[in-house]
Design a protein around this ligand. Structure first.
Ligand code: GLV
Ligand code: MN
Ligand code: MN
Ligand code: MN
Length: 428
């Protein structure tokens, strides 16, 4: 057998931190809300401009760029053995309303910089290396998280459901996609599905979005598992009426049903017996939304997660029972209780964990094994590829708000560990 040359990170393994920070700052300007906040919603004008920005940077790094029918973007560096499956890395650049500039972005711009680092150190990939920018990791516009990676993982149910999916302005998914230049010829999204075995490995670099690495002064988190997220949409309908004229015994207040359910969610989560169970009501809407009108309709969206799937599912069941009971007691209709997604957790691949740990050690960077409490495109890539994730510290663990921040030094460390891990897996 031919002996592969070992690649080791020489002392010249250098990240262009200044340029990377400039790119992060420039990308943050494609936003629908003022700095320091970032809002970048799927297929919006700013999203389309931001995509162009990413494709240009990919191309200037010598990657060949292609896009699929929903706008997942792939930048490829061919390997010397074209019959081998590629090693992929990537993340997302969409941003929820009033968030920050590092979530996802570090794993896209940082991945392209990891490619630059490897080129500068004269690395020659054996397996091709691909940088992926996933479409809509955030559920903001169509209520579906990790839309691009769910489809890449091959999801007929989702591909079909999208035919009837509209946003809050009743714009259909396909009209929105077409306005951004995607899904132009048909409503069939099966071309997006990856074949199992398309990639020999997938690695995502991301800010921690939690406080542990910063608190403990550890530069690198090596992720062993991603917690199991679920989201639920609930609608109550009552009679509404005049806020002065309808006396309290005669009301069927859909708003109070929502309020009661919100507190029930908190109660069930707290009673799970584990600190790892969380639940959030991030959306609560009342109709008609006037101070002098009893809410005739209410709408809640519930996000609940756990590292233990069974425990999370039992919380969902209790929330459902509460919704039924509350509706009955308040004489309102539970017109919808829809579990939008109920995803299982994902485990990192043992050999990728080993490669990430070895890369950290060779670079003299302390690391710790940890789980991801946020979800990521990696959760879905794990269905079609061995998966691993690298976390870097972020200021006070802040994320999904404008104060989100990581130092250039921490980002550079993450880029180096990613670059060396990609190199190792490319030669494997
Ligand atoms: C990702 O944005 C998440 O909500 O975990
Ligand atoms: Mn996010
Ligand atoms: Mn993210
Ligand atoms: Mn609804």
């Amino acid at each position: 057998p031919i002996h592969e040359p070992q690649f080791s990170a020489s002392t010249s393994f250098s990240v262009d931190t200044e340029n990377l920070q400039l790119q992060i700052d420039e990308l943050s300007r494609y936003s629908d809300t003022p700095a320091p906040s970032v809002t970048r919603i799927l297929y919006s004008e700013k999203d389309v401009l931001a995509r162009r920005f990413i494709k240009n940077i990919m191309a200037s790094s010598g990657l060949s760029v292609r896009e699929d029918a929903v706008g997942n973007i792939f930048g490829r560096w061919d390997g010397r053995e074209p019959e081998l499956t590629a090693v992929a890395t990537g993340s997302h650049i969409d941003a929820i309303p009033y968030s920050g500039k590092y979530d996802g972005v570090v794993g896209v711009l940082g991945a392209i910089e990891a490619i630059n680092v490897l080129r500068r150190s004269d690395f020659k990939p054996k397996r091709a290396l691909e940088v992926i920018m996933f479409t809509s990791e955030e559920p903001t516009r169509f209520g579906i998280s990790c839309l691009g990676s769910r489809l890449l993982a091959g999801n007929d149910a989702l591909a079909n459901a999208l035919k009837g999916t509209v946003d809050g302005q009743s714009i259909s998914f396909f009209d929105a996609a077409r306005s951004a230049g995607y899904a132009t010829d048909q409503d069939d999204l099966s071309s997006v599905f990856l074949k199992k075995g398309s990639y020999s490995a997938f690695i995502e670099l991301h800010i921690e979005q939690g406080p542990l690495l910063e608190d403990e002064g550890i530069p690198i988190g090596v992720i062993t598992a991603i917690a199991a997220p679920a989201s639920i949409k609930v609608d109550f309908e009552g009679n509404g009426g005049h806020a002065g004229a309808v006396l309290m015994p005669y009301r069927n207040d859909a708003g109070l049903a929502a309020a009661e359910l919100a507190l029930a969610v908190e109660k069930h989560v707290l009673e799970s017996g584990s600190i790892d169970t969380v639940g959030t009501i991030g959306i609560l809407e009342l109709h008609p939304g006037a101070i002098n009108s009893i809410p005739s309709k209410s709408h809640l969206e519930i996000d609940t997660r756990d590292i233990d799937e069974k425990r999370r599912n039992s919380v969902i069941e209790k929330i459902h029972q509460s919704a039924i009971t509350i509706a009955k007691n308040r004489n309102v209709t539970l017109s919808e209780f829809k579990i939008v997604n109920q995803d299982p957790p994902a485990l990192s691949d043992a050999s990728i964990v080993k490669a990430m740990e070895a890369a950290s050690k060779e670079l003299n960077l302390n690391h710790k094994l940890m789980i991801s409490r946020a979800y990521h495109d990696s959760l879905f890539m794990a269905r079609v590829s061995p998966m691993g994730m690298i976390f870097i510290p972020c200021y006070k663990g802040y994320s999904h708000k404008p104060e989100e921040f990581s130092t250039t030094g921490d980002i550079a460390n993450g880029v180096k560990v990613l670059a060396l891990t990609l190199a190792k897996l490319s030669l494997a």
